[in-house]
Design a protein around this ligand. Structure first.
Ligand code: ADP
Ligand code: RBF
Ligand code: MG
Length: 480
């Protein structure tokens, strides 16, 4: 796929239709134009722009800001979207989209080609007795369109595809792509499933997903930044996140500045471009750049290397959720354990040893706020002196009105049977799990922390990770 931004080149048998249909897709032009909002009054926030297909790196933050600053009545927005899309489908006689098959195939490739989990599944199948693997590869499609993308994903190795849309009719139309054998709405059966829901409301048990594709749907979300953030939280480490927006070649310059700046939206998310070296991983510490062994700083990481594919009349960005234990340099900290907020994370079932932030200030400098995993120990405690697994939150606890300061909280995955305020704790941080977020209440936070702990355990159990610990930090991790 071309990396160099260029004007959209019509491709495949639909050649020429892009110009004729522009953002109207292949639904009747009058109906499709209503998506822009003019027929129903105000243009929805983040609605599709008719920008010419030019991929400039201009910092077009406007849409993201507008979406987050404004108080959006999300339910009303979603209903409006559903009505518009229902109307598009009910009024269409020839339900096809420009470059439909080519685009589905290109997006499925972006989502799954050379996917690390696909290789793991192939290895697992090789090693299994019956030559098949029980591992799943789950994809989430936001924006049903005609269902071709879901089919392409299944053909390219996805075992489960969940398709979301606000429009019931759109979902029904997409589901028609599947016969009874390949589609299921039941339980954990493999195949495609269709759900009328907002991406922010997808329950965690539907995932974790190995690929998420925003199929020409991010710009029409009530809050695109939040939608992306929620989607990323539903993913498994190593997952791909693909954002594709259809573009019009006839858009005027005035509208071009409202084009969604996807790179800006993902800047605070744990995503890296698929162009980053998987061996080196994403640079998480600014100090790497200070030492000059990385050509770019962390914030420009995503911007410089995001993948823009302009084929088939779309602009497509492809990112990867970093696989676990990807911190290039382990971060070592050693500090006395101090009193926290006394609100009692113990009540949450997750006691956290708060490290004295003044002591770890230097290590903290280059770290982004978020959740990490690694090993911890109480070096002065004969019984608990061995390294044990831990999760670490470096952040300001936005879920609570605690104050603004950044704290470093270590939850050791071991039962110490006592408190150890005032004692020194050593921590070696090896990997980044996710950015810190504001949750809607304690229950949601605790549920996510439990998921973090599960991911951390899995990563730290991995032999490669333990070997890396031995190499880079020079200690043997305990088996606990
Ligand atoms: P605070 O708000 O004072 O940090 P917490 O409810 O977070 O209180 O409890 C943290 C304290 O619990 C730690 O300082 C430590 O002394 C103790 N503790 C016991 N077990 C653990 C553990 N497995 N991980 C972290 N802290 C633990
Ligand atoms: N607090 C937040 O407000 N948002 C988070 O995303 C968040 N993630 C955490 C992840 C882990 C693994 C741990 C141990 C704590 C996290 N916290 C988070 C901090 C939590 O709010 C804090 O431990 C309690 O409020 C007690 O200070
Ligand atoms: Mg604490």
């Amino acid at each position: 796929m071309p990396r160099t931004p260029a004007r959209a080149a019509p491709c495949g048998p639909n050649e020429g239709r892009l110009v004729a249909m522009s953002s109207a897709l292949a639904f009747p032009a009058t109906r499709a134009r209503a998506l822009g909002g003019s027929a129903l009054g105000a243009r929805p926030l983040g609605a599709r722009s008719k920008r010419p297909v030019i991929a400039s790196s201009r910092p077009a933050l406007r849409v993201a800001r507008a979406a987050t600053d404004a108080v959006v009545d999300k339910a009303a927005h979603n209903e409006e979207q559903a009505a518009l899309r229902d109307e598009m489908v009910s009024g269409c006689t020839e339900c096809t989209m420009p470059f439909e098959a080519e685009r589905a195939s290109a997006l499925a490739n972006a989502a799954l080609a050379d996917h690390s989990r696909a290789s793991a599944i192939a290895r697992d199948a090789d090693e299994s007795d019956d030559g098949t693997s029980k591992m799943s590869l789950r994809a989430l499609v936001v924006g049903a369109e005609t269902g071709k993308l879901a089919r392409a994903l299944l053909q390219k190795g996805a075992t489960h595809v969940l398709v979301l849309d606000h429009s019931r009719l759109m979902l029904d139309r997409a589901a028609e792509q599947f016969d009874g054998t390949s589609s299921s709405t039941m339980g954990n059966d493999s195949g495609a499933r269709f759900l009328r829901a907002d991406v922010c409301d997808v329950p965690a048990y539907q995932g974790p997903f190995d690929a998420v594709v925003f199929n020409d749907s991010l710009a029409t979300q009530a809050d695109p930044a939040e939608a992306l953030r929620r989607a990323v939280l539903l993913t498994r480490p190593g997952a791909r996140v693909v954002v594709s927006e259809r573009e019009s070649v006839e858009a005027d310059e005035a509208e071009s500045s409202t084009r969604l700046d996807v790179d800006a939206l993902v800047a605070d998310l744990p995503l890296q471009s698929t162009l980053d070296s998987p061996r080196l991983g994403k640079t998480m510490r600014r100090s790497d750049d200070d030492r000059g062994d990385s050509p770019r700083d962390e914030s420009s990481d995503v911007h410089e290397s995001s993948f823009v594919d302009l084929s088939c009349g779309s602009v497509t960005h492809t990112y990867e959720v970093p696989p676990l234990f990807k911190l290039r340099d382990a971060v070592a900290m050693s500090a006395p354990v101090v009193e926290g907020f006394g609100r009692g994370s113990r009540l949450m079932g997750v006691p956290t040893a708060n490290l004295d932030v003044d002591v770890v200030a230097e290590a903290l400098e280059g770290m982004r706020r978020g959740v990490y995993f690694g090993f911890a120990r109480l070096p002065e405690d004969g019984k608990h002196g061995k390294w044990c697994k831990c999760v670490v939150n470096v952040g300001a606890r936005p879920t609570f009105a605690d104050g603004e300061g950044v704290t470093v909280e270590v939850h050791a995955l071991r039962d110490f049977g006592r408190d150890f305020y005032g004692e020194r704790m050593d921590v070696v941080v090896l990997g980044f799990l996710r950015p810190e977020m504001r949750f809607d209440g304690l229950q949601a936070l605790v549920a996510r922390i439990m998921a973090d702990i599960g991911l951390a355990r899995g990563a730290l159990d991995d032999r490669a990770c333990r070997e890396r610990v031995d190499e880079s930090v020079g200690f043997q991790a305990s088996d606990e």
